[in-house]
Design a protein around this ligand. Structure first.
Ligand code: EPZ
Length: 424
């Protein structure tokens, strides 16, 4: 199984260009189901989850082909779509994003329930309750969700708590419903604004995306469109944290500071120098790191997807930092691996107390999810000696050419086809 071999400590120095946002690209791909006309998307990151979504759409009858940097998708005049099968859905939870578009476009859908994952149970009850509020009849049977409606009808639905893909699913479904839909307590992530921009290009009438209240006026059909997805703020944050952690300097081309405000505020307060421009964001860190507490929360709070990477940074700060994870119930699995590298972290329920600075030493570690993997790569670059990060298929889900980008930044990282046998 492929792994990363990292030799540290190294300082990250140089420039890197942000890839397109995986979590904007996934709903954008699913939106191709809403229209007969072709959808042309650019800026899609070459990562596994994007390939998985294209494979799922192909299974559902959506042809997609690459024309240079553009992916052209054509759902055509489908009379039916097949099921979204367990074999595909189990590998990527975001597959559930085809449910809303399928019901809206054809009046029925059968999608495997995604199941949980390492970071939590991750139910989809809000997705289903929202579709029922739009008039769909939803049934759960044999591990699949079936939803059908002669035609969805606009309604009012309030999410019990902000859900990113839940908001995206219902926004897409409401585009083709008869009448007006009002969604309340919506997620406000930049990826939701980006999806609304795409849907409006396709002819949808959407107001309020990015706020907690979104109003959608249903239309008879959506048309073709071309769209470039926004840069990946989580990838950008990961590289900024790499430079902060190793005491280096980085310029991330394409970074949009406004989308990273909660992270940038903490990085500045902990002693990093930040400089934003209209082409990107520069960070350098020369002096000691000060500990700063974080509490993860839906946007515009501190993103849960940067919690693990930020925790790695706080192992190098002088003093105690408290990290509270409020979004997922099991997102501290990287703590035990960081501890094996020398970190001093105490967990108490949703709180992790990080005592630093602790010198990190290279070790064989492995991750359980995409962002925990990134955290261990950052720690490996700051650690003395060799670190082997196993199960990097997690990384490949959401980071485009990570080892190449890090090599360009001076890191000593290589991808090995298999974990080296234990030293004799
Ligand atoms: C999206 O997942 C992202 N994925 C996740 O990124 C991200 O961590 C998460 O939002 C939170 O920001 C994509 O956009 C593809 P949620 P999503 O629904 O939509 C609960 C990554 O690393 N909930 O916002 O699945 C849920 O259990 C991934 O790129 C319900 O209870 O997350 C969680 O506690 C990991 N019922 C909370 O809401 C529901 O019906 C937020 O989940 C839906 C969600």
């Amino acid at each position: 199984m492929e792994c990363f071999r990292i030799v540290g400590p190294t300082r990250i120095r140089g420039e890197v260009t942000a890839s397109g946002a995986k979590n904007a690209a996934l709903p954008a791909l699913a939106a191709s189901l809403l229209s007969e006309g072709p959808l042309e998307l650019s800026g899609l990151p070459a990562v596994r989850d994007i390939r998985t979504m294209r494979q799922l759409l192909g299974h559902l009858g959506v042809e997609s082909e690459e024309q240079g940097e553009v992916v052209r998708l054509q759902a055509g005049e489908q009379t039916h779509f097949d099921d979204a099968p367990y074999e595909l859905v189990k590998t990527m939870r975001a597959s559930i994003l085809v449910l809303g578009p399928l019901v809206a476009r054809l009046g029925h859908a059968r999608v495997s329930l995604p199941g949980g994952c390492a970071i939590g149970v991750r139910p989809i009850d809000q997705h289903l309750a929202g579709l029922e509020a739009l008039g769909a009849e939803v049934q759960l049977e044999h591990g699949y969700v079936s939803a059908r409606a002669h035609r969805l009808t606009g309604g009012v639905f309030r999410f019990t708590a902000p859900t990113v893909t839940g908001t995206e699913n219902l926004m897409m479904a409401a585009c083709l419903a008869r009448g007006t839909t009002v969604l309340q307590n919506c997620a406000r992530e930049p990826e939701i604004r980006d999806l609304a921009t795409l849907l409006r290009k396709m002819g949808a009438h959407i107001e309020g995306a990015g706020s907690e209240r979104i109003e959608i006026e249903g239309v008879e059909r959506l048309t073709s469109a071309s769209h470039r997805v926004i840069p990946d703020r989580i990838e950008i944050g990961t590289y900024l944290l790499a430079a902060a952690m190793t005491g280096g300097e980085i310029f991330v081309r394409g970074a949009i500071s406004a989308d990273l405000a909660p992270l940038l505020e903490k990085l500045a307060a902990s002693g990093c120098d930040l400089e934003a421009s209209n082409t990107g964001l520069r960070l350098s860190r020369a002096g000691d790191l000060k500990p700063r507490d974080i509490l993860t929360a839906p946007h515009p709070g501190f993103p849960t997807d940067l919690q693990a990477q930020y925790m790695a940074l706080m192992t190098q700060a002088t003093g105690q930092a408290t990290i509270c994870e409020t979004v997922f119930e099991n997102r501290f699995q990287h703590v035990s691996e960081l501890a094996r590298m020398g970190a001093d972290i105490r967990i108490n329920g949703a709180f992790a107390h990080v005592h630093g600075p602790t010198p990190l030493s290279g070790a064989r570690v492995m991750a359980t999810d995409l962002r925990a993997s990134a955290c261990l790569v950052l720690a490996g670059m700051a650690a003395g000696g060799e670190t082997i990060v196993g199960r990097i298929y997690h990384l490949d889900r959401g980071y485009e050419q990570m080892e190449l980008k890090l090599q360009q930044l001076g890191a000593r990282v290589q991808r090995l086809p298999a974990e080296p046998t234990r030293a004799a």
